[in-house]
Every structure is written in C-alpha cells, then in structure tokens.
Design a binder for this molecule. Structure first.
Ligand code: SF4
Length: 206
C-alpha cells in the first residue's frame, strides 16, 4: 500500500474501500502476470506502469477541470524532490539503463550523497541533504522522462509553497490532487515488486 492509500482507506466508506481494494488486486495480478512472462524485462513493466499512471492523471485533469486549473506545480519548483521517494526495483533499473544508454552516469559525489541518504535518518537531514540526486542545478528532474510513479501523480493546489519542507512544514505531506486509480496501480506495484527508498534502490542496481 502507498501511504496515501492507507490514509484514504480510513476515510472511505465500505463500498469505496472494496472498490479500491479490487483495483489494487486487479493491477497486482496484471503486473504479476507480466513478471511471470518469459523475456519481459522489468524495465518494460516500469514503462507500462508509467504510461498507465500518466493516463490516469490525464483522466483526472479532464474530469475535474476546475481543480486542474488550480494546480500550482511548475517547472523549477522542486519542493517534493526533497522528500523520501519510494520506487520499485524495476523503476531503478529503467533509470540506470536510460542513463547508460545516453552515455551518462551518476557522479562519485552523487553516489556518496545517496549513500548518506540511505544510511542516515532521512527525516532529520537538512533540506540540502534530502535533495534528490537527480535534481539538477536548475531544480529540474534530470531523469524526467523516466521519473518514478511516485513523482508523476501528486499535484499541489493553489500554493506550491505549502510543499516547502525546509522550515516549519518539514514532514508535511501535501497531496491535494491525486487520481485514485494511479494510486491503486502504484500500491499494486509495491505489492508485487521489490521496492524501497530511491537512493537504496538505485545503489542496489548500479
Ligand atoms: S526522480 Fe526526479 S521528480 Fe522524482 S524526486 Fe528525483 S528529481 Fe524529483
């Protein structure tokens, strides 16, 4: 389960809860079937999940145009790239493969940075220490095309400053505009695929 879905579960009525659980089971079965198919690479499964999450998000924006107009997320705003992001091993492999295919690599300083994040107490780190290794100097995601599901589906409404984690807001989780199916697909992937914090997963597959 994702933290958000667990939280949402408490607020759902029994019918909604059953519907969400059914969706998680449905997606989990689909992913498990793909994983069990010979010659299907983990990277392809991650690509398929990213496509599904993007479609869910597009659907959400179409369905709820009123709230979509209030989305405050924009390029260069990277508050949410300073919180702990969980990814699946397949997503880690996809990112590492894409970097290699482009002749790029993570610098030794970047690897040290991830080791410190993996080995330390993430929540007590300074905002700089919590910075995602893939965030570039322009505060843009350097692996945007292959960013994990967790980075594709949350949107802040009205005021992106509420996602700021440097000061009093530290530890806050601002998840204002989310599609339930995207959340269920992510929860399903976490159920059937190895997953963990981004630095740990990336270091594991390097
Ligand atoms: S992978 Fe990209 S979008 Fe996700 S936290 Fe890192 S820099 Fe941000």
């Amino acid at each position: 389960m994702t933290a958000l879905l667990l939280k949402g579960h408490e607020r759902m009525n029994p019918v909604e809860r059953e519907r969400a659980d059914q969706a998680v089971r449905f997606y989990a079965q689909q992913i498990a079937e793909q994983q069990g198919t010979p010659f299907v690479q983990q990277e392809s499964i991650a690509l398929g999940l990213h496509k599904l999450v993007d479609e869910c998000v597009r659907g959400l924006f179409k369905r709820d145009r009123k709230r979509a107009r209030r989305v405050a997320c924009k390029r260069g705003c990277a508050h949410c790239c300073h919180v702990q992001v969980d990814i699946t091993e397949a997503e880690a492999r996809l990112i590492v493969r894409a970097l290699r295919d482009n002749g790029e690599s993570i610098s030794p300083a970047g690897i040290e940075h991830m080791r410190a994040q993996r080995d330390g107490d993430f929540d007590s780190m300074s905002v700089e220490q919590r910075r995602c290794v893939f965030l570039n100097s322009a505060n843009e995601c350097s692996v945007y095309e292959h960013r994990p599901m967790a980075c594709r589906k949350y949107f802040a409404l009205d005021n992106a400053a509420q996602c700021e984690t440097a000061g009093a807001n530290k530890g806050a989780m601002v998840l204002n505009f989310v599609d339930l199916n995207a959340e269920c697909a992510t929860a399903a992937a976490y159920l059937v695929q190895r997953n963990g914090p981004l630095p740990e997963m990336i270091l594991d597959v390097l």
